[in-house]
Design a protein. Structure first.
Length: 458
C-alpha cells in the first residue's frame, strides 16, 4: 500500500476548520480551479526562514489561543451551505480577530510581525466585504482563506504554535504548499494526488519537482483516491468520480446512492469497487458499473479495504475505550463470500498487510493489533508509545503510524511491533510513500505537503 488516509471522525476536532495554511506562494501564483493543466506553474518549495526575533512566551500563548478560538469560530460556519450566508457569518469573526490582535502588546522588535499579521487579517476582511452573490462569495471565501493562511504561516515561522508544530516546518526535506483543507494524499501513477476538501478538487503534484501538474474539480468534500484499471477514482461526499490520469479530466461522476441508499465508505482496486451500504457490502464492476455481488454482514459496515486477494470490512462503535464490540469480516473476493469474522477490542483504522497478516492500530488508542488472515484470529497486540490516528502505511519494510496528536509519525518494526523511529512533521492528516520519500499532508491550519527521506528504514 502506497498511501493512507488516517484522519477520521475522531480527529475532526483536532484539525478544526480551514483557516490557517501555508499559502504564501499560492496566494501569488495559483489560478482558479477546474480541469486545468497546471504544468506551467511550479509550486515553489517553501524556504521557511527563521523569525528575526523570538516571540515572548506570554505573547506566543496569547497568539496561539487566538488561533484556536478563530478556528473554532470559523468551524462553526461549516454547516452553512449558502456561500453568501457563510461570508456574512465570517465577517464579524474576522472583525473580532482584528480587534483582539490590536489589543495585544507586541515588543518594539516585533513591530514588523504585528504589521504583517494585521495586513493579512485586514486583507481577509476586505475579501469578504462586498461579496453578495453566490459566485462572488465563493471567490471571496477562497481569497479569505489565502490571506488567513498567510497570517498563520507568519505566526508559525515566528515560532508560535498556531494549531501546528513550528519546529516541524524545518524537519522535512521538502515542503510543498497546497490549499483548501488538504486532508488526504494518495500516491498513484508516479505522482501525489491531494484532496482539497473545501475547494472540492483534487490536485496532482510531481513529488520529484514539487510542480502542480493539474487541479481537477470533482465534487464537494473529496476524500480518498484509488488507482484502478488505469483510472483514478475519488470518493467524495456524494459521488465516486473517475479521472483519466492521461488527460487529468473527469470521465464521469457516479452517485454513490446508485448502489445503495446508505453507501458511504468505499474502496476500488483493479476489477472491483467495494462499497459499504448499511449492513451490506456491495461489489461493483468499475468498468461496467454493474453490481456483481451483495454480501450480508453481521454488523453495520463502517469501512472497507481491499488489496489483491484480500478484502476486509469492519464496524465502528465510536467507543473511546476498549469496548470489544467492533467486528471485522474477511472476504474471499474470488467467491464473493465472507470467509470468517471476528471481534476486535477497539475501533480500528485502515490496515497494512504483510505476509498474510493485517496490522491495525486502534483509532485514538495506543494499541496495535495483528490479525492472521488465514486463521481469522488476532495473533498479537502491543501498546505503542502514543495513541494512533487510525491507520497504518507499509513502506520500505516498516509500518508507519500517525499519532493522534497529529504531530508525529512513528516507524514500527512489523516483526517486534516496537517503535524504532519517530518523525516530527508540522502536522499530519494522512501519509503516503512515493519517489523515495514518506509524505505527510498537513490540513488547515497549514495546508502543506511535507516529504521526509526515510533511507535506512528496513
Amino acid at each position: 500500500m502506497s498511501d493512507h488516509r488516517c484522519m477520521r471522525h475522531s480527529m475532526s476536532s483536532a484539525r478544526g476548520i480551514g483557516v490557517v495554511s501555508v499559502m504564501v506562494c499560492l496566494a501569488l501564483g495559483v489560478a482558479g480551479s477546474g480541469n486545468s493543466n497546471a504544468s506551467e506553474t511550479e509550486t515553489r518549495r517553501t524556504s521557511l526562514p527563521s523569525a528575526s526575533s523570538r516571540v515572548p512566551t506570554q505573547l506566543s500563548r496569547a497568539l496561539a489561543s487566538e488561533c484556536t478560538t478563530f478556528a473554532a469560530n470559523v468551524g462553526a460556519t461549516d454547516v452553512i451551505v449558502d456561500p453568501v450566508a457563510k461570508v456574512g457569518a465570517l465577517r464579524p469573526i474576522v472583525a473580532e480577530l482584528a480587534a483582539h490582535l490590536d489589543a495585544l502588546r507586541f515588543p518594539p522588535d516585533l513591530a514588523a510581525l504585528r504589521m504583517r499579521l494585521r495586513r493579512h487579517v485586514s486583507d481577509a476582511s476586505k475579501d469578504l466585504a462586498t461579496a453578495n452573490t453566490a459566485s462572488s462569495a465563493t471567490a471571496a471565501f477562497a481569497a479569505f482563506m489565502r490571506d488567513i493562511d498567510a497570517a498563520g504561516l507568519t505566526l508559525l515561522r515566528a515560532g508560535v504554535p498556531c494549531l501546528g508544530n513550528p519546529a516541524g516546518l524545518r524537519s522535512a526535506a521538502v515542503n510543498i504548499p497546497v490549499e483548501g483543507d488538504a486532508w488526504v494524499v494518495t500516491a498513484a501513477f508516479g505522482d501525489l494526488w491531494v484532496s482539497e476538501k473545501y475547494l472540492g478538487r483534487i490536485v496532482r503534484i510531481d513529488p520529484r519537482t514539487g510542480r502542480t501538474l493539474a487541479r481537477i474539480d470533482v465534487s464537494p468534500n473529496p476524500a480518498k483516491a484509488y488507482p484502478a484499471d488505469g483510472f483514478l477514482w475519488v470518493r467524495t461526499q456524494a459521488d465516486m468520480v473517475q479521472i483519466d490520469p492521461s488527460t487529468n479530466h473527469v470521465v464521469q461522476k457516479v452517485p454513490k446512492s446508485r448502489f445503495g441508499q446508505a453507501v458511504q465508505r468505499t474502496w476500488v482496486v483493479d476489477g472491483a469497487m467495494w462499497l459499504c451500504d448499511g449492513s451490506t457490502l456491495v461489489r461493483v464492476d468499475p468498468v461496467s458499473l454493474r453490481q456483481v455481488a451483495r454480501l450480508t454482514l453481521d454488523f453495520p459496515c463502517f469501512e472497507v479495504y481491499a488489496r489483491g486477494d484480500t478484502v476486509l470490512a469492519w464496524s465502528n462503535d465510536n467507543a473511546p475505550t476498549e469496548s470489544g464490540r467492533e467486528q471485522i469480516a474477511i472476504i474471499d473476493p474470488a467467491r464473493n463470500v465472507v470467509r470468517s469474522s471476528l471481534r476486535l477490542p477497539v475501533d480500528i483504522g485502515l490496515p497494512a498487510i504483510v505476509r498474510g497478516r493485517a496490522f491495525f492500530v486502534g483509532d485514538g488508542t495506543a494499541k496495535i493489533i495483528v490479525v492472521d488472515l488465514d486463521r481469522g484470529s488476532v495473533v498479537a497486540t502491543r501498546e505503542l508509545s502514543a495513541p494512533a490516528a487510525g491507520g497504518v502505511l507499509l513502506a520500505r519494510g516498516s509500518l508507519w503510524v500517525p499519532t493522534a496528536d497529529v504531530r508525529h509519525v512513528v516507524q514500527v518494526d512489523p516483526e517486534t511491533l516496537r517503535v524504532v523511529r519517530t518523525i516530527n512533521p508540522a502536522g499530519v492528516a494522512a501519509i503516503a510513500f512515493t519517489a523515495g520519500k514518506l509524505w505527510t499532508v498537513v490540513p488547515d491550519p497549514l495546508n502543506l505537503l511535507e516529504g521526509f527521506d526515510i533511507n535506512g528504514s528496513k
